[in-house]
Design a protein around this ligand. Structure first.
Ligand code: ADP
Ligand code: MG
Length: 335
């Protein structure tokens, strides 16, 4: 039997779905490169573990950081690595469904197809991420009704209105989880003279973060953060509260809300009425930021929900397509 594989090629994480089996693997979309020889040394988790610990001539980078395929060679290496890891070799020639950004250009689209074919695929179907996220979130996207999906990942936030299996309006902004981590880092430096690494600021965000200030002690979360005092140069521990994170993220979150409002303002009124009734659905890893749904509701007046299993909506969307390829070929690939 021909293997059918769904790949959520995210800016932060790549997730693989295999038909008949479901989600089998998720690893960081990261590569480690030897700068002297230009050779790719490691991909995925192994490469991510090298972050902050490498000697000078090893560079760690995220080839999809901005949501587009910036580096063909790295993308090819990533696809090969993941296909190998799930034991799909060229010999089996799989059919691939791959997530791509809503705003993909035809050149970028071709680069994805070429990389996938070179990695051993028999057929390749690039599908735009908002459609996959909506499918994975169980939204009935083929009905003549408007749905809004906001997929907040690592590098980008994609906001889209979907109706009749197509994207009616969309907006992609380069503010998502990575920017949150940066803003937290920046805030800690200014507020507490505290220097922390990338991994630590991400941990703080996940462990205690909140999109809106919490009102009382029972909602508060505290973390003892270890870092370097930038004035003394000495290691210190600082108590950081949920409200510190809400403050640190305020500006970024405002920009996401502005993006949502902009898409709503450009959406045909009938579809806006549908969205008002059914609400906004959030997906992607950063949709898990505590109270983000409440914040969006507060600022837009539209009820907002986090999809089940938000981190895996796009991967599950690729799964829905490969399990019913004959039906979806007709509906989606023409759009
Ligand atoms: P992408 O699709 O761009 O690869 P993902 O959807 O995998 O991104 O989401 C990755 C982002 O989600 C990271 O920035 C990560 O820090 C963030 N994230 C994961 N879990 C949480 C959580 N519980 N709260 C806030 N952010 C989270
Ligand atoms: Mg994603």
């Amino acid at each position: 039997m021909i293997p059918k594989i769904g790949i959520d090629l995210g800016t932060a994480n790549t997730t693989i779905y295999i038909s008949g089996r479901g989600i089998v693997l998720t690893e960081p979309t990261v590569v480690a490169v030897d700068e002297l020889t230009n050779k790719i040394l490691a991909v995925g988790k192994e490469a991510k573990d090298m972050i902050g610990k490498t000697p000078g001539d090893i560079k760690i980078y995220r080839p999809l950081k901005e949501g587009v395929i910036a580096d063909y060679k790295a993308t090819l290496a990533i696809l090969r690595y993941f296909l190998n890891k799930v034991k799909i070799t060229k010999f089996f020639k799989p059919i691939l469904v791959i997530s791509v950004p809503a705003g993909i250009t035809s050149t970028e689209r071709k680069a994805v197809i070429d990389a996938a074919l070179e990695a051993g695929a028999r057929e390749v179907y690039p599908i735009r991420e908002p459609l996959l996220a909506a499918l994975g979130a169980e939204l009935p996207i083929n009905t003549p009704s408007g749905h809004m999906i906001v997929n907040i990942g690592g590098g980008t936030t994609e906001i889209a209105v979907i109706s009749l299996g197509g994207i009616v309006r969309w907006e992609s902004i380069r503010i998502a989880g990575d920017k949150f981590d940066e803003s937290i880092k920046e805030y800690l430096r200014k507020r507490f003279n505290l220097a922390v690494g990338e991994k630590t600021s991400e941990q703080i965000k996940i462990q205690i973060g909140s999109a809106i200030p919490v009102k009382n002690n029972s909602e508060d979360k505290v973390m003892e953060v270890r870092g370097i005092n930038i004035l003394s140069g000495l290691p210190v521990t600082v108590k950081v509260h949920a409200n510190n994170i809400a403050e640190a993220l305020q500006k970024d979150l405002r920009e996401i809300i502005t993006g949502i409002k902009k898409v709503l303002a450009n959406t045909p009124p009938e579809l806006v009425a549908d969205i008002m009734e059914k609400g906004i659905t959030l997906s992607g890893g950063s949709a898990l930021l505590r109270n983000l749904d409440s914040l969006i509701y507060e600022h837009t007046g539209v009820p907002t929900y986090v999809a089940d299993d938000a981190l895996y909506c796009v991967a599950r969307g690729t799964g829905k397509i490969i399990e019913k390829l004959d039906i979806y070929r007709r509906i989606l690939f023409t759009k």
